[in-house]
Design a protein around this ligand. Sequence first.
Ligand code: NAD
Length: 468
Amino acid sequence: MTVSNVVTSPVTGDVIAEISNATAEEVDAAVSRARDGAQVLGQLSAWKRAELLHATADAIERRREAILADHVLEHGKTLAETDGEISVAVRAIRSTAEDARRLEGRMPHLEDPDKRAYVQRAPLGIVGVITPWNAPVLVPFEYIAPALAVGNTVVWKPAESVPYASRHVASAIGEAGWPSDTVQVVEGGPSTGAALASNPSLDGLCFTGSSEVGDEIARHGSRRRLILELGGNGPTCVFADADIELAALRIVEGACFFSGQSCAATERVLVEAPAHDELVAAIVSQIANQRLGDPRHPDTTVGPVHLAAIVDKLRRHCGDATARGARILAGGRADQDAPTANYWQPTVIADVTPEMDVFSEESFGPIIPVARFSSEEEALNLAGLGGYGLSSAVFTSDLSRALHLADRLPASFVVVNNTSNYWETHLPWGGGPGTKSGTGRLGGDHALYELSTTKTTVVDFGSSQCID
Ligand code: NAD
């Protein structure tokens, strides 16, 4: 191992950990142990695996306070956000356990009356999982829980900047009583991730992260099942007939949740021209209720962003937008008096146009760019710019318009009259076809299907009869 990742708290600026990069040889060894582990795990019934998943959820619950203490400091999310993430992870694990018990096969009719066939879901084998830092308790379980539920073993590479959350997750899995070598953890940064992604022995590879790294991961061949959950730049379309106060409230919530560091965040607002001024004023007034500060303080609603690179990007987006004629109406810079440079003030930018970087790129920060449209067709065209296709929101009081627009928006998840961040763990989640947001679906039994394969057995009971 080589020491190379120094973890600095975005909250205090203190160095809080150092992470070694597991080498390609260490990754190979983990994959090979996972192959042995698969033999054992495959012998357990779906019922037993469901029990172990519930035990894993119990272990996470027991660690709640410790995760809160450690993860808020390493990440920058608020206490309430972290607590919420833990609860969602626990619900996701438990609901996967129940879905796994009910996963059924089929018995198709055959032409030959002396034969029967059954089709069942079988594990892929060994699944590699690479996860990001933004929700490091929940996102790993979006893959690990369904992978284990159907009998796969897992080699997991967590994000290098959130070692405390990742180690709590690994310890909880260890405490649950799974057979040895069911889940291997390989710590490290991009080099360890690349070693795992390129390992030829994997039967499945799951990646959540940026679209750029997702493209690299996809180059490692077609022999394995591939799930890629990538970036988003979700537009929220607000029509003049909408409840503007409600739209403003949800837009601010969607942009400030996790300090904007969610793939489904409100990244862009498109508003019908006659409602522009009223909506912008309502957003500016709502954003004033947000309290940027130390995420360990219970009154704080927006913590510092996780990485200095995000601050750089937010600064670039604001600079580019104002240079091209946009107006910053709130925020637009980091808090000068904060302990680190990561405390980015919740920001509203009006008069945004499609050629601005903030419009077409994922900002991943608490920033609300607002652009106008004058027709439904124009709203649809603007929504498609940038090439992402994850989540969108529509605000209107016209149900017919909402449903027609939901069908046509280039996003695989559309929320009407609420934030684009709204999600429940059993709902299908993933990028739209042909977009930069990835491929495959997570959520509920969708993940169980993605992480298993169809196996058909034909039984000939006619030819086995005794012939005198
Ligand atoms: P990232 O792509 O930088 O890193 C993700 C993971 O990949 C980390 O573990 C990292 O170490 C690893 N990695 C980096 N380079 C690699 C390489 N060349 N080969 C293999 N592994 C490599 O992403 P991030 O900054 O950690 O996460 C933020 C991104 O994740 C955003 O774009 C966000 O939208 C996206 N995201 C998407 C979803 C979703 O469900 N679609 C959910 C959460 C986050």
